[in-house]
Design a protein around this ligand. Structure first.
Ligand SMILES: Cc1ncc(COP(=O)(O)O)c(C=O)c1O
Length: 332
């Protein structure tokens, strides 16, 4: 702000940030994208997702969404008069059934939306799972929209694989990510969509007539932050691993049966052995009786009832907050 970067930036994002994005995508994933024609900076991954869906989905087009899903996809599809087809990621491993996925495809399939690492389940899609999705996308001449906002938040031996790296997928993939989760800057509302020049043009038409551009000084600062990405990520992973283990071990010691997340900062916890109540009622009870807020995952499902059997905890909190929550939960 003091350096004077306070006027509207280039609609596609300030050059410094687009160059930083181009650079990390090349270094981390060996993917080449042109920062002038293929990278568009938006107001968070949320706007990127809305722009991509608005640019590409025509009335009657079908969009395949894995459920549970992050809650912004379905409204954006419906606002564009698309049709949502869900495929369930079945617990406790949160993998899809290949036949169920194949059955969801049709001549009208325009795109598949895939979030990896996955909110709320913490599942990190493996190469063989991605290949099944990508083969079907190619077979049906469709597109793949990837929500990769937790790209750097994987644990243990789990590795994030951007689907655009799979053979024949670069030209069919729209990669979405943002600075929110990586730099802990969710309020800075800065994300991006990366794809071919042709698709980027269409996305930019929506973006330009929607928000036009994001905040210039924040884009500049995020662009600079990428210079320290590698050293920062060492601390970032260590910190979230510690928080995951505090909450995971604490919940297990209290008689919960938490499922260990492979990535993201969420823990899914089955509740059927503890209650007959719905996830919503159980989550309300925890707020009222224990002062602990969780998310009832049924909100992330459209067709399956599986969400009813879990609650979702989040460990992106101060350590003291996590310990306090565990202490509250221990008071019966
Ligand atoms: C899976 C997923 N996608 C997208 C977003 C939104 O990202 P942004 O804050 O960059 O709009 C979130 C935020 O919680 C998320 O969990």
């Amino acid at each position: 702000i003091d350096k004077g970067f306070n006027q509207t930036t280039n609609a596609i994002g300030c050059e410094e940030l687009r160059l930083s994005i181009k650079d990390y995508i090349k270094r981390k994933y060996n993917l080449d994208y042109d920062h002038n024609t293929e990278i568009t900076v938006t107001c968070g991954a949320t706007e990127a997702m809305y722009d991509v869906i608005s640019a590409m989905v025509n009335p009657g087009d079908e969009v395949i969404v894995f459920e549970p899903f992050f809650d912004i996809y379905v409204p954006a599809i419906l606002m564009n008069h698309g049709k949502v087809k869900t495929v369930t990621l079945h617990g406790p491993n949160f993998c899809f059934d290949q036949q169920e996925l194949e059955n969801a495809f049709s001549k009208k399939t325009k795109m598949v939306i895939l979030n990896t690492p996955h909110n709320p389940t913490g599942h990190v899609f493996k190469k063989d799972e991605l290949e099944i999705v990508c083969d079907l996308v190619k077979k049906y001449d469709a597109y793949l929209v990837t929500d990769e906002v937790y790209e750097f938040l994987t644990f243990d031996a789990h590795v994030h694989i951007p689907p655009a790296t799979i053979d024949g997928m670069r030209e069919r993939t729209i990669m979405i990510s943002s600075s929110g989760k990586t730099f802990g800057l969710t309020g800075w509302r800065t994300g991006w969509a990366i794809t071919t020049p042709k698709l980027s043009n269409a996305i930019r038409l929506v973006h330009q007539n929607n928000t036009f551009s994001g905040p210039h000084p924040l884009q500049k600062a995020i662009g600079e932050s990428f210079a320290k990405l590698d050293e920062y990520l060492l601390e970032y992973r260590k910190m979230y691993l510690r928080k995951r283990d505090i909450l995971f071990n604490g919940l297990a010691n209290l008689g919960f049966r938490p499922l260990k997340p492979q990535g993201t900062y969420f823990i899914m916890c089955p509740i059927r052995h503890m209650t007959d109540k719905s996830d919503i009622e159980f989550a309300k009870d925890l707020i009222v009786n224990k002062k602990v807020a969780t998310i009832p995952p049924s909100a992330f499902y459209l067709n399956s009832n599986e969400g009813n059997d879990y609650i979702r905890f989040c460990f992106a909190k101060k350590d003291e907050t996590l310990y306090q929550a565990l202490e509250n939960l221990s008071r019966l």
